[in-house]
Design a protein around this ligand. Structure first.
Ligand code: AGP
Length: 653
């Protein structure tokens, strides 16, 4: 039973279309593209001058598709939503779109309305009836009130005709439209002023057929015009079939979509003022968002990693110098850095753990790595000479964004490492490196993790270069070895026989330990996360030296211990840990360096990887761990691309 004020939060997908084609297929197609973001319920609403028809289903977009296939939905204008809830049972009632009491307005919303309880009570007291427990529904009811105030005169006469007349003044077929905003746009703008929290929202009304209005705050929204009409989505991947020239909305902007184009408005005082805008051209191939012949996106993305390494390094060594112009800091400013904080969540945090070792080893700058959700509430000590590095694949993780804002208020320079061009992390940081992974579809991060590690390695080299701790010769050598990892990763993924047989041996375990020392300890953390998130097998990572302080008690006959046992200054010590594990019956899987003839004595399964220097070993050692996790997940019958309970972007706290 859900609580009355179920506080559901969404990491969802939003789409919309208005044009000359049938909207249903376009909306369903767009939702399928976004399904990786959330997949516990989905819905669409189509509007025309006779009213709004809305269909919602619990479950995946495929369930919704089947439902609408049996209906005669008619309309060339509509909005859609796929939802991922963190609280309460996913249900049809809570699925979007949400309608006003009269059913003449429909909205979809991504984000969280923090003051929804207060707004809901207010609306209930004025006679509104709610059909869901969601926070989003308040938007539909607020819009209903606001729309009535703006659109109907005192005698209750409909003033929409005038509003439509004004809209028709716009030049058709142009992205830049002029003129006054529609009544719906004005109403949306007024309503957003009452909302506290985050929102990417789209609204339609039967009073203004063919119009969709969108607005955003801290939640992504992209719009684009195509010959057959105007499109919107919370992620540009859903637009790429229709158009490659998109407008990425900024916080506070309101856009109005009609079949003939898109008008952009910004709030100035109490007014919506028309603005000109430039579109961004997206050159990703649509194919890069498809599986490209692989069984799943995760495998495809693992195979893309050599390309990611090459692209991330391209143009970074100019002469003998590492060059990251986007950092936005002069060498003199960089030289003043005396403390680095890396803030991130999940896999990105693990990339940070690897980077800490590199920055401290090469640049000799004290570095702390902190989970963003802790950092933001901990009041960390930050000075103007602190560099905060925010790492986020999506560039929209709520905690990481909040931590960035906090760090900037405290006076730090913030440098973002993200995969998504124009994402909030990119926009809110002083400088940014893009990881060049391209769109990552599988929820479990693989290629973007490698892109992050390579980018952070570059940053460590840059800091070392600036501080004068590495000679140009050393920098050149390290860069060249870093570039070589692309080929080494290719070699690892070309033959997975040993990985698959180790996975087969471990698939029935209920728990596993990942161990390593130094770089290996950091690598182990990501190995354990990959395994648990896609195979639902409990896994923990421990520095191998900690085994005797507790975790060794877990080991009994057949218990999997996965060790990063590559050649490193602590290799012998890892061997001792393996011996201790084996003595207690553990099934040891070792990631080891090619040519290591000793390791076979300590491990039941050995996965050999090419020899690299210790500092670069996380790049090569992570890849077999990704493949190992995937192989186990498939053996256990799991959906490796869309693991249960997870969403690709965590855009709420
Ligand atoms: C990765 O496999 C995870 N799904 C997750 O831990 C992710 O890394 C985390 O949510 C952070 O996301 P971000 O990099 O987009 O900020």
């Amino acid at each position: 039973m859900e609580s009355e004020f179920e506080r559901k939060v969404l990491m969802c997908g939003i789409v919309g279309y208005t044009g000359t084609n049938d909207a249903t297929d376009i909306l369903i197609g767009g939702l399928k593209r976004l399904e990786y973001r959330g997949y516990d319920s989905a819905g669409i609403a189509l509007g025309n001058d006779e009213g709004i028809e809305s269909v919602c289903r619990k479950g995946r977009v495929g369930d919704l598709e089947q439902t609408v296939a049996g209906m005669q939905l008619d309309g060339a204008c509509g909005i859609g939503h796929t939802r991922w809830a963190t609280h309460g049972t996913p249900s049809e009632a809570n699925a979007h779109p949400h309608l006003s009491c009269e059913g003449d307005i429909a909205i979809v919303h991504n984000g969280i309305i923090e003051n929804f309880m207060e707004l809901k009570e207010e609306l209930l007291s004025r006679g509104h009836e709610f059909t869901s427990q969601t926070d989003s529904e308040v938007i539909a009811h607020l819009l209903e009130e606001e729309y009535a105030l703006l659109a109907f005169d005192d005698s209750g006469q409909d003033d929409i005709a005038n509003a439509q007349g004004r809209r028709l003044d716009r030049t058709p077929d142009k992205m830049i439209a002029s003129g006054d905003p529609s009544v719906l746009a004005q109403a949306v703008s007024h309503v957003t002023e009452r909302l506290i929290g985050s929102y990417g929202l789209a609204a339609i009304t039967s009073h203004e057929p063919g119009v969709i209005v969108v607005a955003r705050k801290d939640s992504p929204l992209v719009v684009g015009a195509a010959p057959d009409g105007s499109y919107l989505a919370s992620d540009m991947i859903a637009l790429l079939d229709a158009t490659r020239d998109v407008l990425i909305l900024e916080d506070g902007q309101v856009a109005e979509l009609t079949p003939s184009g898109i008008a952009l408005f910004a709030r100035e005082h109490d007014e919506l003022v028309s603005c000109e805008y430039e579109t961004t051209h997206i050159d990703w191939s649509v194919d890069s968002a498809e599986k490209g012949g692989y069984d799943d996106f995760m495998l495809k993305e693992i195979h893309e990693q050599p390309r990611v390494i090459r692209d991330t390094l391209a143009g970074r060594l100019v002469g003998d110098r590492i060059t990251i112009d986007e950092l936005g800091m002069s060498p003199a400013e960089l030289n003043l850095i005396d403390k680095v904080y890396i803030i991130a969540c999940g896999t990105s945090y693990h990339a940070g753990l690897i980077a800490k070792n590199l920055i401290e080893r090469w640049a000799h700058i004290p570095t702390e790595v902190e989970v963003a959700s802790e950092f933001r509430y901990r009041n960390p000590i930050i000075t103007p000479t602190t560099l905060v590095v925010a790492v986020s694949q999506s560039g929209e993780t709520a905690d990481t964004l909040a931590a960035i804002r906090d760090a900037r208020i405290k006076g730090a320079r913030v440098f973002g490492i993200t995969n998504v061009v124009g994402s909030p992390v990119a926009r809110e940081s002083d400088g940014v490196i893009y990881t060049k992974a391209n769109k990552e579809i599988a929820v479990a991060s693989t290629k973007s993790f490698l892109g992050q590690v390579v980018s952070l390695t570059l940053l460590a080299l840059l800091l070392a270069q600036t501080k004068g701790n590495l000679t140009t010769g050393q920098i050149r050598l390290l860069f060249s070895e870093l570039a070589d990892t692309a080929e080494q990763v290719e070699e690892i993924i070309s033959d997975t026989t040993d990985i698959d047989s180790a996975a087969l041996a471990c698939k029935d375990a209920s728990s596993a330990l990942f161990i390593g020392r130094g770089m290996g300890a950091a690598t182990a953390t990501e190995g354990a996360l990959k395994l648990k998130e896609i195979s639902y097998l409990h896994a923990e990572a421990y520095p191998a030296g900690e085994m005797k302080h507790g975790p060794i008690a877990l080991i009994d006959e057949g218990f999997p211990v996965i060790a990063i046992a590559t050649k490193s200054p602590t290799y012998e010590k890892v061997l001792s840990n393996l011996q201790e594990s084996k003595a207690r019956g553990a099934m040891v899987v070792a990631i080891a360096t090619q040519g290591d003839e000793e390791i076979g004595k300590y491990a039941d399964h050995v996965i050999f990887i090419p020899k690299v220097r210790d500092e670069l070993s996380p790049i090569t050692a992570s890849v077999p761990l990704q493949l190992f996790a995937r192989a186990i997940a498939l053996e256990r019958g799991c959906d490796v691309d869309q693991p249960r309970n997870l969403a690709k972007s965590v855009t709420v706290e």
